[in-house]
Design a binder for this molecule. Structure first.
Ligand code: SAM
Ligand code: SF4
Length: 330
């Protein structure tokens, strides 16, 4: 039942129909740029239950939500993850159900996720050589992950994309390897500029490189920018007539990056975060106990929107209070 049909907008005229929901803070990888020492338990693991998730998404759907991305930590370490996909996909109005995963059990689970209603898959994959992959993630799993990716590509999902963090030593060799990878695979590989967080200043200073390096490399080799759909994400993708897939860039430090922001985030403990690089959050969990609370939940979400700022202050060296992206899901 829709209690509060309407839409969600901020004071700058931006509309929000896309929610990134973290379902856990736990992660089994140790990516150098995110959790170099691995995930450490700092609080009881009381993450949102499937019932709470269904209530949360139901309220956002009344406010016009069309797409949910399930993220983490590593969302797929949850034993009830397939059920979470199914509960999300069952909410009326939510046509797109996406997951961002490191792919550790993709090959075993992708068929059941698709059957449960998954429509979009983002695989985070930073290297195509087993040694480099192990150096970055702490795990020797590349072959199984690539097999899982190929299975995902067979499944007729609406989109399968790869995200790779752009690091100083990615270099031209990395771009060439990835171009070769997409020559016959219809998949988009998007490089994300390394982002500064509260915990990674030294790593950031040593490894951050501006996206212009990739842009120049692509343009010099005949790759051309693809038009971005009005409600598309922040990635600028490039295509080339000789390649089945695309390469792209997500450049959060570029001027105007936040102008078309279309997403909100909720933490695994039920806090609404208006910006990845903001502070604090608005607690929603006390309103996820019972279906009858939905009108109050909707009012709280609506009320929070006045706090959304025009942009982040990353370029000014202020990453907000987020220690690492595993706490919120990127
Ligand atoms: N564990 C899942 C995964 O890796 O796909 C989901 C959570 S992870 C935090 C989401 C995305 O954030 C990944 O694509 C990861 O590469 C990216 N990420 C993490 N830390 C980052 C940083 N400091 N700068 C840029 N991207 C980062
Ligand atoms: Fe885990 Fe994802 Fe962070 Fe890697 S990027 S440590 S997989 S949360």
């Amino acid at each position: 039942m829709a209690f509060g049909a309407g839409h969600l907008a901020d004071g700058f005229g931006r509309r929000f129909r896309y929610l990134r929901l973290s379902v856990t803070e736990v992660c089994n990888f140790r990516c150098t740029y995110c959790l170099p020492d691995g995930w450490k338990k700092t609080a009881p693991l009381s993450f949102l239950t499937p019932d709470e998730i269904a209530r949360l998404i139901g309220a956002f759907a009344d406010l016009g939500l069309a797409k949910v991305r399930l993220t983490g930590g590593e969302p797929t370490v949850r034993k009830d993850f397939t059920d979470i996909i199914a509960r999300t996909a069952a909410v009326s109005g939510v046509g797109k159900v996406a997951v961002t995963t490191n792919g550790w059990n993709l090959i075993r689970q992708i068929d059941s996720w698709k059957a449960a209603g998954l429509t979009h898959l983002n695989l985070s994959l930073d290297a195509l050589e087993p040694e480099a992959f192990q150096r970055i993630t702490g795990h020797d799993r590349l072959v199984s992950i690539l097999t899982g990716l190929d299975r995902a590509l067979e499944l007729d999902l609406q989109a399968v994309k790869i995200n790779a963090v752009l690091l100083r030593d990615t270099g031209e060799r990395g771009f060439e390897d990835w171009a070769e990878f997409v020559r016959h695979r219809p998949v988009s590989v998007r490089f994300i500029e390394l982002m500064r967080t509260a915990d990674n200043l030294d790593f950031f200073n040593q490894n951050h490189v501006g996206g212009g390096v990739l842009r120049d490399w692509l343009e010099q080799r005949g790759w051309t920018p693809v038009d971005r759909p009005p409600d598309g994400g922040p990635a600028q993708e490039y295509s080339h007539p000789d390649y089945a897939g695309r390469l792209g860039l997500i450049a959060p430090y570029a001027p105007g990056f936040c102008d078309s922001c279309n997403r909100l985030r909720v933490t695994a403990r039920g806090k609404l975060r208006l910006c990845l690089f903001g502070e604090g959050g608005v607690d929603l969990r006390d309103l996820l106990i019972d279906d009858d609370q939905r009108p109050d939940l909707i009012e709280r979400i609506r009320g929070a929107m006045s706090g959304k700022r025009l942009g982040h202050f990353l370029a000014q060296g202020n990453p907000g209070d987020l220690g690492n992206l595993a706490q919120l899901g990127g």
